[in-house]
Design a protein around this ligand. Structure first.
Ligand SMILES: CSC[C@@H](O)[C@@H](O)C(=O)COP(=O)(O)O
Length: 348
């Protein structure tokens, strides 16, 4: 029997404001925060109350619509200037995940041809609601394609949280596990803890347990030993931005896993919706890599684990060159090398 996925929804539009599942508090507490101003939306993306490329995009889309609805301008031109300023503010929250810019562009473009302020406000909100609904469907479709490549009797490794709470629902890299679970089949999944912010330990381990998936947590440095000792047969990860040539930015540590996959001769899959492709850039060199606060490395959950002022390098993402990627799984189908050709025909 098919049991629908029971993971909490991370982003909910509540008529006039946004409600977010507070991902910073998981797994200890399931708590929601209400965002009623554009500044609060900006902060929630920066401080990772909401995180994960598609979820950031959806939140920003609702943030733009909410800010526009709160506008008191009655002249269309002045209103549009205000919308542009809100868009620029939200776009400056995090630099790497292209879904943020894609979502803001899509929602603002939809309202460009509006002939009145009221029509523009309605269109902005409708587009944000539509974008969220489409993301859920895209994630389901990604999950179905991923199930064509993965075998539920073989252990799989993942990093970070490319799961339901990082999207509208189901996730990207975790979608096949949730779909299989709904159908009564449990995958065996190894989750890297994903230092420094621990999305793997706090979010993926929790999310997969909620869904009944057979998940085991490891620290990031245990990946090679786990692949050998536990017979990992595939690695699957999400993405924050994929360049035209297939180079893929994802959570820091992803490239390490791709190198291991090559060494152990196992497939390395990237799962992402078309909103994660950036066809304006040729290769991964052009992807901006976010560097976050040093205290994320000096501390774990607020507790110091290093000298207070030790210098830190804290890139939040790395770029895996396309040659290391066995296939990119999208909602439109599975893309294999040569990526330029596949991406152009399927995504653009
Ligand atoms: C479906 S989420 C895909 C990616 O956004 C995910 O793998 C990731 O790297 C998230 O990074 P985060 O810094 O937690 O936003």
């Amino acid at each position: 029997m098919i049991e629908p996925l029971t993971i909490p929804i991370s982003i909910t539009w509540k008529d006039h404001h946004i409600q977010l599942l507070d991902q910073r508090k998981l797994p200890a507490t399931i708590e929601y925060v209400d965002l009623k101003t554009v500044d609060q939306v900006f902060e929630a993306i920066v401080n990772m109350t909401v995180r994960g490329a598609p979820a950031i995009g959806i939140t920003a889309a609702f943030g733009l619509a909410m800010g526009a609805m709160q506008s008191t301008k009655d002249q269309l031109e002045e209103f549009q200037e205000e919308v542009l300023a809100i868009k620029e503010k939200l776009a400056s929250s995090r630099p790497t995940a292209v879904n943020l810019f894609w979502a803001l562009d899509r929602v603002s473009k939809a309202a460009e041809s509006a002939t009145s302020v009221n029509e523009a406000k309605t269109t902005l909100l409708q587009e944000a609601i539509q974008l969220q609904a489409e993301d859920e469907q895209m994630c389901r479709d990604i999950g179905e394609y991923a199930l064509e490549l993965l075998n539920s009797s073989e252990p799989v490794l993942t990093i970070c949280n490319a799961g339901s709470i990082a999207t509208a629902k189901y996730g990207t890299a975790l979608a096949p596990f949730h779909l299989a679970s709904e159908r009564g089949t449990q995958f065996e999944v190894y989750a890297c803890e994903t230092r420094p912010v621990l999305q793997g330990a706090r979010l993926t381990a929790w999310e997969l347990q909620q869904s009944g998936v057979n998940v085991t947590l490891i620290t990031d440095s245990m990946a090679a030993q786990t692949i050998r000792a536990k017979g990992i047969k595939a690695i699957i990860v999400g993405a924050d931005r994929i360049a035209s040539n297939g180079d893929t930015a994802n959570k820091i540590g992803t490239f390490n896993l791709a190198i291991l996959a090559k060494e152990f001769n196992i497939p390395f899959y990237v799962a992402a919706p078309s909103s994660t492709f950036d066809l304006t850039i040729d290769s991964g060199i052009e992807i901006p890599i976010e560097e976050r606060h040093p205290d994320e490395v000096r501390k774990i959950q607020g507790i110091s684990i290093a000298p207070e002022n030790v210098p830190v390098y804290n890139p939040a993402f790395d770029v895996t060159p396309a040659d290391y990627i066995t296939a990119i799984i999208t909602e439109k189908g599975i893309i294999k090398a040569p990526y330029i050709t596949g991406i152009n025909s399927l995504i653009s």
